[in-house]
Write a protein that binds this ligand. Structure first.
Ligand code: GLV
Length: 316
């Protein structure tokens, strides 16, 4: 039996793999559902064999060193993105890291599509007008926006989630383009990001956050997009330069945007809150009961596998 730190509350049944394997769960913040402090993470890492963490936990070299000086062998991130973990340091210390690929694709693609529709049809502004007494009645030329059906969708990144978005786009008769670092050889592949931005009516981002994708979409890239186009981000906030995005929306050189992720989340750039034609969601891409439970179980199962000297399929 091992000791596993679960940094934050998971959905009911999420920790079943740990319980089934007979491990002791240490969950100091289960009642409050707030992230552990940096000190508490260090303390927990030093005292446990495994850790199940969330994207709100910064698992940096300090935490990992503390774990290494203790008996930490594995960190399971209950998220597919793992930019919150210093994976290179973990590996150098012999600490395994796993994540949750494959179980949240459809749910996240659903949300990306929701933002595609919301951004193209300018849903948030329309609803706000109604809620705030600004709707004077049906008007032939009010709340005009742009069609999603028949539009060209440009996917930046073409992993599982992007491909799930592409499948949904087929039902909307969209032309689907994609760009990736390495050619996919698949229909719709476009080599240059600039060409994809230039040709697309809707651009949806599906790349992990790395040094090379930080501010991948900045002023220069936004300037390549059509003034009628929209930009959707369900990946990671820092992939977009938010100030450049607000500049483009304010100048009317971009029709709209839909964001589920933010550069400094949970704090939101105040300029985004005041920007026109934008839908903002609180990072809920994978937030359904079924998917979050699958993610929790997969992260816990990965931890169990490593603790039992097995190689988990979700090992990074
Ligand atoms: C959510 O953003 C995830 O990476 O799973």
């Amino acid at each position: 039996m091992a000791r596993v730190l679960v940094t934050r509350r998971l959905t009911p049944g999420g920790t079943d793999p740990l319980l089934d394997a007979g491990h002791e769960i240490v969950a100091p913040n289960d009642d409050d559902d707030v992230p552990l402090t940096a000190d508490a993470l260090v303390e927990g890492a030093a005292a446990c064999d495994g850790m199940v963490c969330l994207l709100t936990d910064r698992i940096d070299a300090v935490v990992l060193q503390a774990g290494h000086h203790g008996r930490l062998r594995v960190v399971g991130n209950a998220a597919v993105g793992y930019d919150n973990i210093d994976v290179a340091t973990a590996h150098s210390l012999g600490i395994a890291v796993c994540n949750t690929p494959g179980v949240l694709d459809a749910t996240t693609a659903d949300l990306a599509f929701l933002l595609i529709l919301a951004a193209a049809r300018n849903i948030s502004a329309a609803e706000n007008d109604l809620r705030h007494g600004r709707w004077a009645g049906w008007g032939f030329t009010t709340h005009l926006a742009h069609d999603v059906h028949g539009a060209t969708l440009g996917l930046v990144g073409y992993g599982r989630i992007a491909q799930a978005v592409a499948r949904r786009a087929a039902g909307f008769d969209m032309e689907v383009l994609h760009t990736t670092r390495t050619p996919t050889g698949l229909p719709g592949y476009v080599e240059e990001l600039g060409e994809l931005l230039n040709r697309s009516d809707i651009v949806s981002l599906h790349v992990p956050l790395t040094e090379s994708t930080h501010h991948l979409i900045g002023a220069a890239e936004l300037a390549l997009m059509k003034p009628t186009a929209v930009l959707v981000n369900t990946a990671r906030g820092p992939v977009i330069d938010e100030n450049a995005l607000v500049d483009a929306l304010e100048a009317g050189t971009l029709h709209g945007a839909g964001l589920d992720v933010f550069e400094g989340e949970p704090s939101i750039n105040p300029r985004l809150l005041g920007a026109p034609r934008i839908t903002l969601l609180p990072h809920i891409g994978s937030a359904t009961v079924a998917t979050r439970t699958r993610m929790a179980r997969l992260a816990c199962q990965g931890v169990c596998d490593v603790l039992a000297w097995r190689t988990p399929p979700n090992l990074i």
